[in-house]
Design a protein around this ligand. Structure first.
Ligand code: FE2
Ligand code: FE2
Length: 208
């Protein structure tokens, strides 16, 4: 899906749908991280109006999602715990520092990588939200209509956020082909990380 090279293990879907409360709690943390990451990128590039406007708009949407997830958590009598260390995002950032196989992007290379990492995180959320929707569709009993409607809406948002990040990266990098090659390279690394994390920790997480 989108640029992803490694699909999520179907066993993850069983884990997530059998513990929708844990999924919601992890999801809340992801929305907050998505908002703060977008804001921190916008804050670092105040001279780039397109980045500032696109990413503050995206952050507003992520905060709206965050509030809605928190309300769902409260309504279900669950507790929003402290977020665990984000191994997935940490490994992704570290992987971006490894030597590249592709010609170096000369212009704004660090910014391009940060935008592409944002794109990959959105792509993985999009894939997993769609898996949740399909799994809830397949349930004969116990389908959760609120979760179904929510994840159907969010799956489309994540696809849009993915495109926003890729477009901003292409614009910042000034060379569309090189940015696409770099996205493919990072997507391969992302696939390896997801597979490694699935072996180590198999929980109802939106990422990893
Ligand atoms: Fe979101
Ligand atoms: Fe998003």
């Amino acid at each position: 899906m989108l640029c992803l090279v490694s699909p999520t293990d179907p066993a993850w879907v069983d884990q997530a749908t059998s513990n929708l409360g844990a999924l919601l709690v992890d999801h809340a943390h992801c929305e907050m991280k998505a908002a703060s990451n977008a804001l921190s990128l916008a804050a670092r590039h105040p001279d780039d109006v397109e980045i500032v406007l696109a990413l503050t708009e995206l952050a507003k949407e992520e905060l709206d999602h965050y509030q809605r997830v928190v309300k769902m958590i409260m309504a279900r009598g669950l507790t929003l715990s402290t977020p665990p260390v984000d191994a997935y995002a940490g490994l992704l950032r570290r992987a971006a520092h490894e030597k590249s196989r592709h010609p170096k992007i000369e212009k704004n290379a660090v910014l391009v990588d940060r935008l592409l990492i944002g794109a990959l995180i959105e792509a993985r959320s999009c894939e997993r939200f769609k898996l949740i929707v399909d799994a809830l569709d397949a349930l004969e009993t116990g389908r959760d209509p609120e979760m179904h409607a929510f994840y159907t809406e969010l799956f489309a948002c994540e696809a849009r956020h993915f495109r926003t990040y890729v477009e901003l990266a292409k614009r910042a990098g000034d060379t569309s082909d090189a940015v696409e090659a770099r996205l493919a390279e990072l997507a391969e690394k992302e696939g390896n990380i997801v597979r490694e994390l699935a072996v180590e920790t198999f929980r109802a997480q939106v990422h990893g």
